[in-house]
Write a protein of this length. Sequence first.
Length: 264
Amino acid sequence: MTARLASRMTLSYILLATFVGGLLSVLIAASLTVALLGRLVRHLVSLSTGVLLATALLHVLPEAFERQASPHALFMTLLGGLMFFFLLEKAELYRHTHHHEGDGHHHHHHFDAEQAGRGGLSVLVGDSIHNFCDGLIIAAAFLADQHLGWVTAAAIIAHEIPQEVGDYIVLLNAGFSRGKALLFNALSGLAAVAGGLLGYFVVGPWESLFPYLLVLASSSFIYVAVADLIPQLQRRLPWRETAAQLFWLAAGMGFIVLVLGSSH
């Protein structure tokens, strides 16, 4: 395979992964009722927590540390990445919406209407920036290694589905029509494609940066899982719901372990 053909295939993989991630979440939101989506989101949050943690700690970070970069520099990058995403979320530009009225989070009535009404543009802009960052991460992973790219894309898609479904529910509760909410979600998802393209053309020539970009990807996964998803799971629940949480967490981790085992 020539270098040019390999480069074109990598670009096509990046575009496919980023496009499917945004499209899949919109299709799921369009095909299910709001009540069913609300029940589905709870399980998907547990599943994506397991997938994100296992991908970051068992696959992406080890891959970065195997590339002969300074461990101290990589850990500094990990710390800087965690702080970066913390500050980005503080600025409400890296939002993770998985709640809806009646989800047991005890928000006051019309909480979602306020979220999507008063701060509707903020939600959509923040979601677009989030998706753009995801596109950059997917591009960096594919440029480092094709298999790593697919695993990373799968982890991001696993998180994007509950996030986009959550955004969709928020917009519906705020009074958006079904078509309008789906359209805004779809446009926001296209930001991932833009991020993937930029990552391919800008990051591609700088192979020495790949270990640090992989660590930044891991910091994103770890931050989302620890700062956003796990706190949502830390509520007193009946034992059946707790068992379901543990099952989906284990399923997410087990999926990544199986993928790793088959790749080796």
